[in-house]
Design a protein around this ligand. Structure first.
Ligand SMILES: Nc1ncnc2c1ncn2[C@@H]1O[C@H](COP(=O)(O)OP(=O)(O)OP(=O)(O)O)[C@@H](O)[C@H]1O
Ligand SMILES: [Mg+2]
Length: 464
């Protein structure tokens, strides 16, 4: 019977894999190997652990752990939507796993894997669904705080429209990342995004950068040169540090927006341009307007849609997730296998105010990669200012540390657990996680990376 099944299964247009409880593959059909895992025809994998799985919010999904909790809890079925990476390809797949008992009494597990990647494109941005844009954003703009989820929504809305967008926020909060995302998700994505750092040029040079010039327009103008507005035609122009532009350029920019034409310096022939303007600043432009340094009419033209990036200290629960993201990134680029941060290092990082925001966090992890000797980043591997902040004993720091400690401890544990360690969590911590998810057990279990049955058992044991 099993042999008949195999010959039938081999040619089915859906992925079928049979494994034992250690995920050793006993059978895999061609569809699973080639279409789902993107292996070449002469290759077969021998264990499912050879493949990397992600949840739809792009966190690593530990299949081994999931299997263990299925076995431990005696559960016979399991369903999940996951992302599978194979080479350069990514597939969104629906996994349904069923426990089978073979003749000889051995437990086997049948994975039925359906490729639902195409459906990604038809799902829209309605809340709670997994749309193409959210999928793209979650991979690039890391965070789980409501403030970041709101930013995803704003990006999707901005991308779907044609309006000019102003992104405000402190240095290092991800303004450029957001500008890129808006462009990539918009219908302009096949045309370029042209970036100009307005603070990097003196006034006359910036003018010629933006508008271009004709031969002989000024000394040194040896030939005609198109400006960035022309180069951005059909696409997006990203005007970074917009708060730095002079009054003269402000007037010219206003004209570009109103008339949708530019003139190269030294020429009065109008050239039509079609681009969306995304600008960014870490200055408070309303203050600049009050001081007569920025034109109010231009501000309203640029700020049709406003995105305000939150500083990292206002979403400090995202610190472990961001750290993890950068650790993976540096593991990839250096070929190392750093697993994570020690509990103490996470605690200190959660208490640090991060004036340089995410850029500073990324630099801190990079710094730690130079110093770390084992596979866990310890406190002493972090930059000095972060360690020293640990000893500053101001009352606000002390006050914050109570909350942060509870948060950081369970985060550190959860991350370690998700990377294959055992989950150690106290009753208080579990209560904290439950509370965070409004006592929704499915969401809590998913967050902790354990099954609902395993969560239920833990709660029962702890008397919750
Ligand atoms: N949410 C995030 N997830 C992952 N990486 C991020 C995130 N936010 C920012 N980064 C990274 O942090 C660095 C700084 O981001 P970015 O350059 O977009 O900030 P910025 O707001 O433009 O800063 P500045 O005002 O200094 O120009 C970049 O390397 C970016 O990739
Ligand atoms: Mg920037």
């Amino acid at each position: 019977m099993f042999t008949d099944f195999k010959s039938l299964a081999r040619s089915l247009p859906c992925g079928l894999v049979i494994t034992d409880k250690e995920l050793n593959i006993e059978f895999i059909n061609d569809f699973a190997a080639q279409q789902i895992f993107s292996l070449s025809a002469d290759k077969k994998s021998t264990n499912l652990k050879e493949h990397t799985f992600y949840t739809t919010d792009m966190r690593r999904f530990d299949m081994d752990n999931c299997m263990r909790s299925m076995v431990d809890s005696g559960k016979r079925t399991f369903h999940k939507t996951l992302v599978v990476k194979g080479g350069k390809q990514e597939k969104l797949v629906y996994f349904s796993v069923n426990a089978l008992r073979e003749n000889k009494g051995k437990e086997l597990y049948l994975f039925n894997i359906t490729d639902i990647s195409d459906e990604m494109d038809c799902i829209t941005h309605s809340p709670g669904t997994f749309g193409r844009s959210e999928y793209t954003l979650r991979k690039k703009i890391i965070g789980n705080d409501q403030k970041i989820l709101d930013i995803y929504r704003m990006i999707s809305l901005a991308a779907d429209s044609e309006v000019n967008v102003l992104i405000q926020g402190e240095s290092g909060t991800g303004k450029e990342l957001v500008a890129d995302a808006i462009h990539e998700l918009s219908h302009r994505k096949n045309n370029p995004i042209i970036k100009v750092n307005c603070a990097a040029f003196p006034e006359t040079l910036l003018e010629s950068e933006l508008f271009g010039h004709v031969k002989g327009a000024f000394t040194g103008a040896y030939k005609d040169k198109p400006g960035k507005f022309e180069l951005a035609n059909g696409g997006t122009i990203f005007l970074d540090e917009i708060g730095e532009i002079s009054q003269t350029i402000q007037v010219k920019l206003l004209r570009v927006i109103q008339e949708k034409t530019i003139e190269r310096i030294g020429d009065n022939k109008p050239i039509k341009v079609d681009m969306r303007i995304v600008s960014a600043t870490n200055k408070n432009l309303r203050e600049q307007i009050k001081k007569d340094l920025f034109r109010e009419d231009l501000f309203y033209r640029l700020n049709v849609f406003n995105i305000e990036m939150p500083p990292l200290r206002e979403r400090h629960l995202d610190i472990p997730m961001l750290s993890d993201f950068f650790i993976e990134k540096f593991n990839d680029s250096t070929g190392r296998a750093v697993k994570g941060l020690s509990r103490e290092a996470v605690k200190v990082m959660m208490e640090y105010p991060w004036p340089g925001n995410i850029r500073e966090l990324q630099n801190a992890i990079e710094h730690a990669f130079v110093l770390v000797s084992g596979n866990i980043i310890e406190l002493q591997d972090l930059p000095r200012e972060i360690i020293e902040n640990n000893h500053s004993d101001t009352s606000s720091a002390r006050q914050a540390s109570g909350q942060n400690l509870a948060a950081s401890v369970y985060y550190a544990e959860i991350f370690r657990h998700k990377k294959g360690g055992r989950l150690k969590i106290s009753k208080e911590q579990l209560m904290g996680v439950l509370e965070m998810h409004d006592f929704n057990q499915s969401k809590t279990a998913e967050f902790l990376g354990i099954s609902r049955v395993a969560l239920w058992k833990k709660m029962k044991k702890m008397g919750i």
